[in-house]
Each structure stands twice: as structure tokens, then as C-alpha cells.
Design a protein around this ligand. Structure first.
Ligand code: 5GP
Ligand code: MN
Length: 326
């Protein structure tokens, strides 16, 4: 495992030969899809042999991204590759694949809880998104290759990971990169219209059910919501249509941490955490085997929901106690 600078990563990517696999984390979000497809389009222009394979289905509203139709979704990867590039994730198990058959591996990521398992990696926890980091590396390789097909997916990932340029990870540099991407052909309203203005009515039916589960804990500092599998069946909504629901409990005055419990299957839960900044939810998630960022993190766990809540709220109480001592 070797940590590389942006310049070293650019040199390495330029020199790659043979068959290159690109993948990202399961339940791919805008940054995961934008970075993997952005790199695919960029490396193809550079004359490389690249293929993107993901474990989980791509949400329908990303279908406007150039090159998305060449992404394969599979349960396993059997053929051998010379290289694998893993974006927006640093833990092998989070790709969802049992194995990544490649001679050498590269990680490009921005999570503070990153634990790179690859031969080479670059992790910049301060940067807004894997897409913003990728743009800087691409520029060092050959900026003339950053055309609309590259700029659009990269811009999309920056928009989704920064909450449309409003989260604390948005820096002057983020806006500067966005400006350059727009100059290279990314259309801000095309991205907005696709990502945020194509809701299906099923999503609202699901939201109605989920908001009824709203509850508070730790004297109103924690608000939590739950989606049960049966809600998805009842409303015929897709799992990815819960994206953004956690912003409702977080938006409540006095709430410091919002929690979203998602039933994956019986006894199996995905837990999303959002903070307003006082509590570092990445460290809390890490204690449950997950990870993420200061204000957005998550983990997967098994068991009874009431027990999971008890364990999680106890850990959150520890964090609140730390703050009150400051
Ligand atoms: P979300 O709650 O939207 O799924 O994820 C929020 C953030 O936490 C993302 O940056 C995501 O990568 C990270 N995250 C969510 N779930 C997990 C997990 O199970 N493991 C790790 N390491 N990170 C996670
Ligand atoms: Mn990301």
C-alpha cells in the first residue's frame, strides 16, 4: 500500500496498460457514479481499455450521464484485469464484490475513515468529493481531454456530495472547479433537472409513510426515521428513492443528529447518520464498522431494531457528553 500525491497518481494513471476495471461502492450515489463514469470517459479518451462494473443498480435519474449505458451491473467479476481503480470508497467490502480480480489496485477517495486496501491510493478527506479530487488529477494528466463527457459526470458528483454547493465541504476551490467544468460543457440545470426534478409519485407515498415514523431521542437532540421493507413494497418505491429523506429530521430546530434506519432485509439494517456539526458522526459510524464524513456517515448492522437504537443512542450520548464538557 502506497500513498501517492496528485502528481504521482497522475503519472501512474497515465502509464497504465492492459485491461482496466473501474468500480465504486455499493448503493452508488452521485459522487460514486460521477467519478467512476468520469474516469471511464477520460481514460477512454486517453486510449485506455476500461470497463466500469458495479455491484448495485444505478438509480434511474443518472441516465443522462454520457457513458452510463456501458456500465455493467453484476453480482461478481470473473474475468481478470490488469488494474482496478476503486473510486469513492476505501474498504474492499464496500464495493459489494467478494473479489476484485486484478493484478494491481488503485483507490481514489475522500473519506476521513478511509482504510485503503489497495496497492496505490490517494485519499484527501478535506476535499468535497471524489469527483473534485479526480478533476485535479485529470488536469495534471491532460486537461485537453476534459470535454463535456467528462465534465458532466464530474460536475454531477460535486453537486450531490456538496448538497448543491451548500455543505461545509464546499470550498472556494470547489466553486472554482465547478466554474471550469461549466466552461468545459457541464450544464448546471441539466444536472438539477435530472437529479432533483424527476421524482416519481411513489417517492412521495413512501415519504408519507416514513415521516410517520419520526421520533426523538436524547432530549430532542436526535431525530430518527425508519423505512421498513414493507413500505417499499406498499408504495412500489425503489430503495434509492429514500435519498434525501434524512434531511427532514436534520432540518428540525434543536436536532443535532438525524438518523435514518433502513431495513435491507429481515434483521439487516443500513443506518445513515447526519450531523449539524457538533458531533462527528463518522467516528460514531466507525464504532459500528462503518464510516464516512464528519457530518454524513453510515454503517450496516444486524439485529433487532430496538437493540440497535439503544446501542447507537448510547454512543451518541457519549459524544454529547464530550461536547458539554468543552
Ligand atoms: P449515506 O448515509 O448517504 O449512505 O452515506 C453517507 C456517507 O457515509 C457517505 O460518505 C458514505 O460513503 C458513508 N457511509 C455510509 N454507509 C457506510 C458504510 O457502511 N461504511 C462506510 N465505511 N461508510 C459508509
Ligand atoms: Mn463521495
Amino acid at each position: 500500500m502506497k500513498s501517492l500525491s496528485r502528481e504521482e497518481m497522475a503519472e501512474l494513471l497515465k502509464s497504465l496498460s492492459g485491461k482496466i476495471l473501474i468500480t465504486t461502492h455499493k448503493n452508488p450515489d452521485g459522487d460514486a457514479i460521477g467519478s467512476s463514469v468520469g474516469w471511464r470517459n477520460f481514460l477512454k479518451k486517453l486510449g485506455k481499455n476500461v470497463k466500469v462494473i458495479l455491484r448495485d443498480r444505478i438509480p434511474y435519474f443518472f441516465d443522462f450521464i454520457p457513458g452510463i449505458n456501458d456500465v455493467e451491473v453484476r453480482e461478481e467479476i470473473s474475468e481478470e484485469f490488469d488494474w482496478v481503480i476503486i473510486t469513492d470508497v476505501s474498504e474492499a467490502k464496500r464495493t459489494g464484490f467478494e473479489s476484485l480480480p486484478a493484478k494491481r489496485s488503485i483507490v481514489i477517495d475522500h473519506h476521513i475513515t478511509a482504510e485503503p486496501f489497495s496497492d496505490y491510493y490517494i485519499v484527501e478527506p478535506e476535499i468535497s468529493s471524489t469527483c473534485e479530487l479526480s478533476y485535479h488529477i485529470m488536469k495534471l494528466i491532460d486537461e485537453s481531454l476534459i470535454d463535456r463527457n467528462v465534465a458532466l459526470p464530474i460536475y454531477t458528483g460535486i453537486v450531490t456530495d456538496t448538497g448543491s454547493f451548500s455543505y461545509t465541504n464546499t470550498s472556494p476551490e470547489t466553486h472554482h472547479v465547478a466554474s471550469e467544468l461549466i466552461k468545459r460543457g457541464a450544464e448546471p440545470y441539466l444536472v438539477r433537472r435530472n437529479i432533483f426534478e424527476r421524482n416519481r409519485i411513489n417517492r412521495f407515498k413512501l415519504l408519507e409513510l416514513v415521516l410517520r415514523t419520526l421520533e426523538f431521542a436524547l432530549e430532542g437532540r436526535v431525530a430518527h426515521i425508519t423505512v421498513y421493507k414493507r413500505f417499499l413494497e406498499e408504495t412500489k418505491a425503489y430503495p434509492e428513492e429514500t435519498e434525501g429523506f434524512i434531511n427532514y429530521p436534520r432540518s428540525i430546530e434543536g436536532v443535532e443528529v438525524a438518523v435514518f434506519f433502513k431495513e435491507i432485509e429481515e434483521g439487516k439494517w443500513k443506518v445513515s447518520l447526519r450531523s449539524k456539526g457538533s458531533v462527528n458522526v463518522a467516528f460514531v459510524a466507525k464504532r459500528f464498522g462503518g464510516g464516512g464524513h464528519v457530518m454524513a456517515a453510515g454503517f450496516e448492522t444486524e439485529g433487532n431494531l430496538e437493540d440497535i437504537k439503544k446501542d447507537l443512542f448510547r454512543e451518541l450520548q457519549v459524544e454529547f457528553d464530550k461536547i458539554s464538557k468543552l
